[in-house]
Design a protein around this ligand. Structure first.
Ligand SMILES: [Zn+2]
Length: 321
């Protein structure tokens, strides 16, 4: 009995000291002057891949004013991260492969590398398009990966917007909706997109709540509604390349059909609150876009051509040197 108590006391002492060590490490992590060693040190060479701890987050460094990310295409499911039970765990199939092709196509056309950030973890372990609580459901290892995801996006943002330069960010997803079209998210609801052009262009309230606010302010030759669904809108340019899209000239609003209008990443990194990095979320359909390598090449090549035209026409950004 007494030996058993001795044993319990010794175990409790060991547990208590282990708890103290964890508390001290967490306190240093949270309050110390040095950032946590979550990102590999720079400088980052354009075209090269860099990884966070355990290769959970991959950053392909760039030298063009463009960022692509894939938060929901990962497949890694390590046992030391708890499976999420606080949100949806659906994978956006082949979107990791899609952004890799977009990077290659962009380089082939412009001779410059876009920045690419990929979450290689399964969404069942990390949702990299949510605030930290819903993203990780409180798991400490998932939280480290979430910090790395945003650390790499911050590296890319700072590189792109240095000295006030203009840049473009596309957060790439995959939807499972029946209608095979791109759903372009500017952080405007389906109800907002259902309004008339006159209503969208009355005042600045709608453009100021969108993820392309700064482009809309700078492009004084076009109305906001024209930027969303006129002949030179992003959606119209995709449609002209054979990729049906909403909003666009032909699909002016989602109507009553399912539609994703944006999310955490484009709200955090886009220009809704000002700044010179503007953004869209693109929810891609599967068929003809990301179902196989040939589709992804067609989409990647089209995206490079479109961004060259779109950013030059609306914002004076030249992608080709
Ligand atoms: Zn997604």
């Amino acid at each position: 009995m007494s030996r058993s108590h001795e044993h319990d006391r010794a175990t409790n002492v060991r547990r208590a000291s282990a708890t103290r060590i964890v508390v001290v490490v967490l306190a240093a992590w949270a309050c110390g002057p040095q950032p946590p060693p979550i990102l590999p040190p720079g400088p980052y060479v354009p075209g090269q891949s860099y990884f966070s701890q355990h290769d959970y987050i991959e950053y392909i460094a760039g030298n063009a004013p463009v960022i692509f990310s894939a938060p929901h295409g990962g497949t890694l499911a390590p046992a030391d991260i708890a499976t999420r039970t606080c949100g949806t765990n659906t994978t956006d199939l082949n979107t990791e492969e899609l952004v890799r092709q977009m990077q290659q196509s962009f380089f082939n056309r412009t001779g410059r590398f876009p920045h690419v950030v990929i979450n290689r973890l399964s969404r069942s372990k990390l949702d990299a398009n949510r605030d930290v609580q819903e993203a990780t459901c409180g798991d400490a290892n998932a939280t480290a990966a979430w910090v790395a995801w945003h650390g790499f996006l911050d590296v890319a943002r700072q590189a792109v917007t240095a000295n006030g330069a203009r840049g473009w960010y596309m957060d790439m997803h995959g939807h499972g909706h029946a209608i095979q079209r791109l759903e372009i998210g500017y952080d405007l609801s389906a109800a907002t997109l259902a309004l008339s052009d006159a209503a969208l262009d009355a005042g600045t309230a709608f453009e100021d709540s969108s993820t392309i606010r700064t482009i809309s302010h700078d492009d004084t030759s076009r109305s906001f509604s024209a930027l969303l669904r006129g002949p030179t809108s992003l959606g119209a340019m995709y449609a002209a390349e054979g990729f049906r899209a909403v909003p666009s000239v032909t699909d002016r609003s989602p109507g009553g059909d399912p539609y994703f209008n944006g999310g955490f990443n484009v709200e955090r990194y886009g220009c809704r609150d000002g700044g010179t990095l503007c953004a869209v979320q693109i929810e891609t359909n599967l068929t003809g876009v990301r179902d196989d390598a040939a589709s992804r090449t067609r989409f990647g090549d089209a995206t490079a051509r479109i961004l060259e035209r779109y950013l030059a026409a609306h914002w004076g950004v030249q992608l080709t040197r």
